[in-house]
Design a protein around this ligand. Structure first.
Ligand code: NAD
Ligand code: DAU
Length: 356
């Protein structure tokens, strides 16, 4: 048996591939376009491991996906690939429509064609798991109940609108064509291999470099944080036991205002990497102009996945954020390569022809 993962060189995808192969010998075909967010250094520990086959290409390349499906006959396709950064979507929405909407459509069509030709027993066992976000639900008022799977879709950014569109396509491919799909909508992840354009890794790498820690607006926007390996375990659980056609919200039950996150990261760095002059990293906090249309609050009600599939996160925010800061301190080379851009040379240096 084999699974095919898209976007497995990104933050969550690479954590998923590493966790998967730490717990199972089932091979992974990893299809990734290696945009700026794709980093094969994340998967350096799998070099030479025959269970991991990396393919450099786009999920939007229907011919390529069809060939991979025919060759490897995976029992499941897990779609992590996306443009994922809200700020980038505000500056250049086109890439988000191209990847998240049209790319997902091409992927669904390739998978549908493959699935439709399978013998009935293989069709029944097949799964298409779509990894999505809580941002499709829009923004919550203070005190409003957390997002359930029934919450109306109210996306507010080009990123969340494009993810919402892909969720709708996945739903429609199930209802119209019978494709056995599963969708997960998860809250904000953090952990190892997180690209330092997103809040938590940006805070860590900027603080270590003595650069300002930018806080958008008043810093009172709330996100519900989940350690990335808990997201990965939720996806494995949904793949194993989720009901076809169902949606599962995934979250950590860790609602925190951004400013609290900034203070926590600074306090951990003050403890683990104290500055020579004894001052706190908090002195670097800088309030900057707010993100346009900035969603004020996200919060996930993860009751369904807990009740029906028995999934719960294992990390508290306190344990997860400490591990995360420790990981960045222990991996200065990874940080340096991301910052210099040299991580993008990893493909030709380490994968050669296989990745081409
Ligand atoms: P990321 O930006 O770190 O990684 C995305 C990966 O997709 C990269 O490796 C990139 O090269 C690849 N990719 C982009 N376009 C592609 C294409 N056309 N074909 C193949 N690969 C392509 O993103 P992430 O944070 O790891 O998020 C992964 C998924 O999880 C996304 O779908 C995102 O919407 C969703 N999600 C993310 C979070 C979060 O907090 N990061 C939370 C909930 C859901
Ligand atoms: O909720 C899930 C989503 O979480 C995922 O779908 C997205 O892919 C992922 O990027 C993330 O989106 P956010 O916009 O919430 O993440 P980001 O790390 O960009 O920002 C987190 C919060 O911190 C948000 O309120 C904006 C704020 N922020 C962010 C940056 C980069 C700052 O205040 N300063 C910053 O420099």
């Amino acid at each position: 048996m084999t699974i095919l993962v898209t976007g497995g060189a990104g933050f969550i995808g690479s954590n998923f591939v590493l966790d998967w192969l730490a717990q199972s010998d089932e091979p992974v075909i990893n299809l990734d376009a290696l945009t700026y967010a794709g980093n094969l250094e994340n998967l350096a520990s799998l070099e030479g491991d025959a269970r991991h086959r990396f393919v450099h290409g786009s999920m939007g390349d229907r011919d390529l996906v069809q060939r991979l499906l025919a060759e490897h006959r995976p029992r499941a396709v897990l779609n992590f690939a996306a443009e994922s950064h809200v700020d980038r979507s505000l500056h250049g929405p086109g890439a988000f429509i191209q990847t998240n909407v049209l790319g997902s459509y091409e992927l669904l069509e390739a998978v549908r064609g493959h699935w439709a030709a399978l013998p009935a027993s293989d069709q029944a066992a097949f799964r298409f798991l779509h990894v999505s976000t809580d941002e499709v639900y829009g923004s919550l008022e203070p005190g409003a109940p957390a997002f359930t799977e029934q919450h109306p879709y109210q996306p507010n950014s080009p990123y969340s609108a494009s993810k919402a569109a892909s969720d709708h396509l996945v739903r429609a491919w199930h209802h119209s064509y019978g494709l056995p799909v599963l969708t997960t909508n998860c809250s904000n992840n953090y952990g190892p291999y997180h690209f330092p354009e997103k809040l938590i890794p940006l805070l860590i790498v900027n603080a270590l470099a003595g650069k300002p820690l930018p806080v958008y607006g008043d810093g009172q926007q709330i996100r519900d944080w989940l350690y990335v390996q808990d997201h990965c375990s939720a996806i494995r659980r949904v793949l194993a036991a989720g009901q076809v056609g169902e949606v599962y919200n995934v979250g950590g039950g860790n609602e925190k205002p951004n400013l609290d996150i900034v203070h926590t990261v600074c306090a951990l760095l003050d403890e683990l990497r104290p500055k020579a002059d004894g001052s706190s990293y908090k002195a670097l906090i800088t309030h900057v102009q707010d993100r346009p249309g900035h969603d004020r609050r996200y919060a996930i009600d993860a009751g369904k996945i807990e009740r029906e599939l028995g999934w719960r996160p294992t990390e508290t925010f306190e344990s997860g954020i400490r591990k995360t800061v420790q990981w960045y301190l222990a991996h200065p080379d990874w940080v340096a390569h991301v910052q210099s851009g040299s991580y993008r040379e990893w493909v030709s240096q380490h994968y050669g022809e296989q990745a081409a």
